[in-house]
Design a protein around this ligand. Structure first.
Ligand code: 5GP
Ligand code: MN
Length: 326
């Protein structure tokens, strides 16, 4: 167990009483939210619970190797899923991140399990704890409280969540307890080689066309402290790729010596830009993203901004001023 002082009892009571449980991941899902969703699904199924998984958006291709990923449905909520009396949201910092109407939750208990410091506590039961390196690690602790042993499905899913949310165990939140958990996940059936191959070594060749454009746009400002990468919508159209195919590009910007903050600005729709921030200690980009209407963590955060690329860059520079002067 990573943190023994977390209060899981209300979650366990709600799970015991539920007739049908709907587990939901956030929009534009990453491997932490999908891994958390799948791990909980495997565990609750093994307890004999009736459990379904439905998200607004399709799971990213790096998660396709995870057991039961094909059981997740997406798009409009079908009536048989809407009949659930308990919803468990994983890794979503606000209700808006679930991509569903607030009315969907009116006749249901909503459990919010998340590790974002900026979480708005939108659930009827909230277990929010920013000490955790990944929501998947919270599910690991919950499974122990539920007395459900790991199986290949849950161990693989939690491993994928933790591997990706810690940038491959490179963040300072990765301590000895996280590694002890990983040892347990491997004993429980997580295949480290398969995870590495599926997550880091299965990219489409066209991704590297896009990467060329991204590196071409690399620009460093603020005396070497901020590195910028941007990709316009037409480059995605030309390569027939989407946002998930440029996952990880921002790490090139952060990896530069002297750079404290990396910014990746990706045009999702015309003049609608998805902005990603990455930081090195002691900078906190969660605060910067929060000022711009988004959220996230100290070292990884994001938001959506509108306008031309120049306008968006100006808004970001404005939000960065305080941090870079302190
Ligand atoms: P990414 O840059 O990988 O899209 O996101 C990095 C982190 O910031 C993730 O933890 C994600 O949950 C959070 N994040 C990204 N975009 C948004 C946003 O628009 N709103 C909020 N609240 N969080 C975001
Ligand atoms: Mn996460």
């Amino acid at each position: 167990m990573l943190y023994a002082d977390v209060s899981w009892q209300p979650v366990m009571d709600a799970v015991q009483q539920a007739k049908q449980i709907h587990i939901v991941a956030h929009v534009n899902p990453d491997a932490d939210t999908i891994g958390s969703q799948l791990a909980l699904y495997h565990a609750l199924k093994s307890m004999g619970k009736c459990v379904v998984m439905h998200n607004q958006d399709i799971a990213p291709y790096i998660c396709r190797y995870l057991p039961a990923v094909d059981d997740i449905t997406h798009g409009d909520v079908p009536s048989e899923i809407a009949a659930s009396d308990l919803v468990i949201a994983v890794d979503a910092g606000s209700m808006g991140r679930l991509g569903m109407e607030a009315s969907y939750f009116e006749d249901k208990i909503l459990i919010n399990i998340d590790h974002h410091a900026s979480n708005t506590l939108y659930g009827s039961i909230n277990v929010v704890d920013a000490r955790y390196c990944a929501t998947g690690a919270m599910i690991y602790d919950l499974l122990q409280h539920l007395n459900v042993p790991l199986n290949m499905g849950s161990a693989s899913a939690i491993y994928a969540a933790v591997l990706t949310d810690t940038a491959s165990f490179r963040l300072t939140c990765v301590d000895a307890d996280v590694h002890r958990m990983v040892a347990d996940l491997i004993d429980g059936g997580a295949d480290v080689g398969l995870a590495a191959q599926s997550i880091y070594q299965s990219h489409k060749p066209a991704r590297f066309e896009l990467l060329k454009h991204a590196l071409d746009s690399l620009n460093i400002s603020h005396n070497g402290r901020v590195a910028w990468i941007s990709l316009a919508h037409n480059l995605y159209e030309r390569t027939n790729l989407c946002g998930e195919d440029s996952e990880g590009f921002i790490d090139y910007a952060r990896s530069i010596e002297g750079v404290d903050i990396a910014v990746f600005i990706r045009e999702e729709k015309l003049q609608e830009w998805k902005v990603s921030f990455r930081a090195k200690a002691p900078c906190d980009v969660g605060v910067v993203a929060g000022m711009l209407g988004g959220g996230g963590h100290q070292y990884a955060a994001g938001c959506t901004l509108f306008g031309t690329l120049d306008e968006v860059q100006e808004k970001i520079k404005h939000a960065l001023v305080d941090m870079l002067n302190s």
